[in-house]
Design a protein around this ligand. Structure first.
Ligand code: URP
Ligand code: ZN
Length: 445
């Protein structure tokens, strides 16, 4: 198959090129590729072609006192419609004291329904005498990263954080971290509860103050510096103060990875004052207008590696308790379907260079998490490809089963019309025609 005449994002620039696909791979990229007899040719004149997106942070099939709207089936359909061909999912917590492979085995089962390709992060919800060996054996099955939380029920305390970082250093594994100071948040939540009867959505944001994130980031990076660990991955960085800390440690020469998410670039905490403000309740929360400028600056300064979504969805009915009691509202927002169109719109506006767009939306995630043959348009790489039409659009139809988007007011310049997953046409003129199952992507030969 040959995709012809598109403006292709290749080698950090845009050029009019043809792409030849065979046996799931891109085998040739050139200015004019001759088709063989009977070879199928698709003409994408005036369209853009970019690499399939990789979302390094989703939560499909998550249960947090209530079941998420999206499982791997619906979540992956939303992902494909939005041009994300691979997700790296963060499993939820398992039962108390469960072994590390408990959630991995469960999520491999869940992921059998996935229509897009997937990888998994492990979840380190406690540390005991078997943790090191369990991490080692999961690494052999292609799990290259484990997430720890500094808040929520199964948070790790500092002594275990340091233990885990040391294990990861020895095993050459990435530690992803949800960095927020648990007791700071609990203290402010308690004050709001005692002093007011109404726990409306804005108080969610106020109780999860910026400094609780930046304090946790400072602490973690200090531990990494002390033990010389260079594989920490800060998930969903949101607060401008955290980027100050990130800059400080980068200037000191420490190596680590930083992820931000689309919601911190495109939304702000004013939405919590709207009638349906509860639909934006997530952690870390949306920050004040103007905070996003610090994130864009950090991107320009090379301090951000990936832009994910933290896609974690609940229906408006499930979330509506948040109208009067944010502390009982299931946390999370959709985004897996919206991410690429939002980011590509910013590329078209000149906010991102071609290199920044590719690095942040797919290439860095592939290289950090060792997703072999993924992440960019190149010879020998999986033919995960998005076709984009330029124009003026809005998100008027979304596929996440949560039934809403947070980005409906944003004018887009990019519409994803067609998607190829390892060479198979899975979204055609906006319709999902997928016959292919997603596969588990790892770097085991
Ligand atoms: O609010 C969010 N992000 N929910 C998902 C779990 C997490 O904190 O990553
Ligand atoms: Zn998350």
């Amino acid at each position: 198959m040959i995709l012809k005449n598109a403006n292709v994002l290749y080698n950090d620039k845009i050029d009019k090129l043809d792409i030849k696909i065979e046996n799931e791979k891109i085998i040739k990229i050139d200015s004019n590729i001759e088709a063989k007899k009977n070879e199928s040719v698709l003409d994408y004149k005036d369209k853009y072609i970019i690499a399939g997106g990789i979302d390094p942070h989703t939560h499909f099939n998550i249960f947090t006192n209530t079941q998420s709207s999206d499982d791997f089936h619906s979540g992956s359909i939303a992902a494909l419609h939005g041009g994300t061909t691979t997700v790296i999912d963060h499993p939820g917590f398992g039962p108390k004291d469960c072994a590390l492979n408990h959630q991995i085995n469960k999520y491999h089962e869940y992921a059998k329904q996935s229509l897009c390709d997937y990888a998994l992060h492990g979840v380190a919800q406690h540390i005991n005498e078997s943790t090191f060996d369990e991490m080692k054996s999961l690494k052999q099955s292609g799990i290259h990263s484990f997430k720890m939380y500094l808040t929520y029920l199964y948070r790790l305390e500092d002594n275990d954080v340091i233990k885990l970082l040391n294990y990861a250093k020895e095993l050459d594994i990435i530690i992803c971290v949800h960095a927020e100071n648990h007791f700071g948040i609990e203290y402010l939540k308690k004050i709001y509860k005692e002093r007011t009867d109404l726990l409306e959505p804005l108080k969610h944001a106020l109780s999860r103050a910026n400094i609780f994130e930046s304090e946790a980031v400072y602490r973690l990076l200090s531990f990494c510096e002390a033990i010389k660990f260079d594989k920490l991955y800060l998930v969903h960085m949101s607060a401008k103060e955290s980027f100050d800390v990130i800059r400080l440690f980068k200037d000191r020469g420490l190596k680590f990875y930083t992820e931000t998410c689309i919601q911190y670039l495109f939304l702000d905490d004013c939405v919590y004052l709207e009638d349906d403000g509860y639909k934006y309740i997530l952690s870390p929360p949306l920050r004040k207008k103007g905070n996003e400028k610090y994130i864009y600056q950090a991107i320009k300064d090379g301090l951000v590696d990936t832009i994910g979504t933290d896609h974690c969805t609940f229906s408006l009915e499930q979330k509506s308790i948040g109208k009067t009691d944010f502390s009982s509202c299931p946390n999370g927002t959709p985004g897996v379907e919206e991410r690429i169109a939002l980011l590509f719109t910013e590329f078209l506006k000149g906010t991102f260079t071609a290199k920044e767009f590719v690095d942040l939306s797919s290439k860095n995630a592939a290289s950090i998490f060792q997703l072999k043959n993924k992440g960019c348009i190149d010879k020998g790489i999986d033919a995960d490809i998005i076709v984009i039409e330029k124009g003026k659009y809005y998100f008027d139809k979304i596929h996440s089963l949560c039934g809403y988007t947070c980005y409906d007011k944003i004018e887009l310049q990019a519409k994803i019309t067609d998607v190829f997953l390892r060479g198979e046409h899975v979204i055609k003129d906006g319709q999902c025609i997928n016959k292919k199952q997603g596969i588990y992507v790892n770097n085991i030969d």
